[in-house]
Write a protein that binds this ligand. Structure first.
Ligand SMILES: Nc1ncnc2c1ncn2[C@@H]1O[C@H](COP(=O)(O)OP(=O)(O)OP(=O)(O)O)[C@@H](O)[C@H]1O
Ligand SMILES: [Mg+2]
Length: 502
């Protein structure tokens, strides 16, 4: 019998116009956590979807616990062999309960009826095995924070008795506390003998849990080995195929005149009187813990959520913004954090996604799209970020996760705005593409645009901003200079809860 829980050899997979995998191999041992690394579009998710039966391979060999997989593998067979996958984009049914989600497609039946009592009981039992004792099985999933939903996904995967668990970027939407909890669970599973494939672009977190690495590039296998035998620079060089000298290129700011003024903004329960100024040619970072109200502040400025009170003043002129369309027209754009929900129409083509928010620029007076203008805009978006795609006509949903994020950014680069707000701009984006996005931010800054970035990754806000505002509980609690501040100081402001009255 093979020493491996999973071994994959010579795996090849074509999609129309793309060779996603070319002679790829992977070897996963029992009781180990392996990081599967590579740039956006390298083929990580595709390889794991083949292992879990979501896609069929064109050629290649798969062995799971020594059992050779003959012919196509479907999801049910993969599950029977003990393979479970948590996909990059969470796919929980938001309106169903925790227990219903965990038993989706495998509902328990008693006397011709759904046996809710038994499903609830088993759900509680499974969650308890993960050390989660405070989550009622009849909670509607949509009401839970993403981190909790992630735990439900893990519990669901374990219900089938998974011995191989694939986690495709599980940490990208989690808060630090949630990530800690997830790490605890991953270690627990490893100690129970589970083999885990862990995909992540947050390279800094890997040392907490990873035993080995496999690195892919552009559909090819590059190398594998013990994690401890690689330096971070070597890992990056293997992923990218070249050295990346500067992870956070920051052009020196020449702060110009005041462009944006936000005065005493209040919106819902999350934004409790926000005031700040932003200047021409500066990158203003917003730091804070998840839930501090940063996203809500940006959405209120952008008109995506209603304001209760407060003013937004651009170039000395008070704006009347009641919808995103108002904001866009007057020069304020927002690239949102949740690309699947707000940022992208996954069924539409890349071309349409870039064109849609910019129709005012590419249509003539009677509303016909001018193809020439449109093509130029697509080219601009595509070339400023290297988006890996067959062509601009394919559905945005067929792109790799990171490339979808790039489309969200690209569509706003196509127009000239005064203020560009990026909410978690590099979530799920690989090291090299992050640098591309930072360079674009620098480019915008040089053109005199006010760039606002909201980011939960401290090294990122500290590395790229010229000034940082820290928020806690719906208020701005501190302003710091990223060149001299420590992570500690930022965390102090980020946990400075004031009184609770709005
Ligand atoms: N269903 C699909 N149809 C067409 N092309 C696809 C499909 N799924 C993936 N691809 C293509 O296969 C290639 C590999 O994509 P994959 O999603 O495996 O990358 P990845 O390594 O997971 O990247 P990321 O880090 O961005 O998630 C990409 O070029 C992608 O566009
Ligand atoms: Mg992926």
């Amino acid at each position: 019998m093979s020493e491996y829980a999973v071994s994959m050899e010579h795996i090849t997979k074509f999609f129309p116009g793309v060779k996603a995998l070319d002679d790829v191999q992977l070897h996963l041992r029992t009781g180990e956590v392996m990081a599967l690394l590579g740039e956006n579009g390298a083929g990580k998710s595709t390889l794991m979807k083949i292992l879990s039966g979501v896609y069929t391979r064109d050629s290649g060999d798969i062995e799971i616990f020594g059992n050779r997989v003959e012919g196509d593998l479907n999801t049910r067979q993969a599950q029977e062999l003990g393979v479970a996958i948590i996909h990059q984009e969470l796919n929980m049914c938001q309106h169903l309960t925790v227990a219903n989600n965990m038993f989706l497609g495998r509902e328990l039946i008693k006397g011709g009826r759904l046996d809710f009592a038994e499903m609830n009981r088993q759900a509680v039992e499974q969650l308890a095995k993960l050390g989660i004792n405070d989550l009622a099985p009849n909670t509607v999933v949509g009401t839970l924070p993403v981190g909790r939903q992630q735990m439900v996904e893990i519990a669901k995967a374990l219900l089938i008795n998974a011995k191989v668990l694939v986690m495709d970027e599980p940490s990208s939407a989690l808060s630090n506390a949630e990530i800690d909890e997830m790490f605890r669970i991953v270690k627990e599973l490893r100690s129970q003998g589970c083999a885990i494939v862990y995909i992540s672009h947050r390279l800094q977190e890997l040392h907490h849990i990873v035993d080995s690495v496999t690195i892919m590039r552009d559909g090819h296998y590059i190398t594998e080995g013990k994690f401890a035998d690689f330096t971070m620079d070597e890992i990056i060089a293997n992923m990218v195929g070249r050295e990346i000298t500067e992870q956070f290129p920051r052009d020196e700011a020449h702060q110009g005149k005041k462009v944006l003024e936000v005065k005493n903004l209040r919106a819902g329960r999350a934004v409790k009187g926000i005031s700040f100024d932003a200047y021409e040619g500066e990158v203003l970072g917003f730091s804070g813990l998840v839930g501090a109200g940063r996203t809500e502040t940006m959405r209120a400025i952008f008109g995506a959520d209603a304001k209760d009170s407060g003013e937004v003043i651009l170039d000395g002129k008070p704006l009347n913004i009641n919808s995103p369309a108002d904001a866009i027209r007057q020069g304020i754009v927002l690239a949102p954090e949740d690309r699947k929900k707000d940022g992208l129409c996954t069924k539409l083509s890349i071309r349409e996604n870039i064109a849609l928010p910019n129709l005012d620029l590419i249509c003539n007076k009677i509303g016909t799209v001018l193809r020439g203008h449109e093509n130029k805009m697509i080219e601009k978006g595509k070339s400023s970020l290297t988006i890996k795609m067959a062509n601009a006509e394919v559905a945005a949903g067929s792109l790799s996760g990171g490339n979808q994020q790039k489309i969200v950014v690209a569509k706003w680069l196509a127009r000239d705005s005064r203020v560009v707000i990026f909410d978690e701009p590099t979530r799920g984006i690989d090291v090299a593409a992050k640098v591309e996005i930072y360079q674009i931010i620098n480019q915008l800054k040089k053109q005199g645009v006010v760039v606002i970035i909201v980011s939960s990754e401290l090294p990122e806000v500290m590395g790229i901003s010229d000034r940082i505002l820290v928020m806690c509980n719906g208020r701005i609690t501190g302003e710091v200079d990223p060149r001299t501040v420590t992570e500690q100081e930022i965390m102090t402001y980020a946990t400075q809860f004031g009184s609770n009255e709005g």
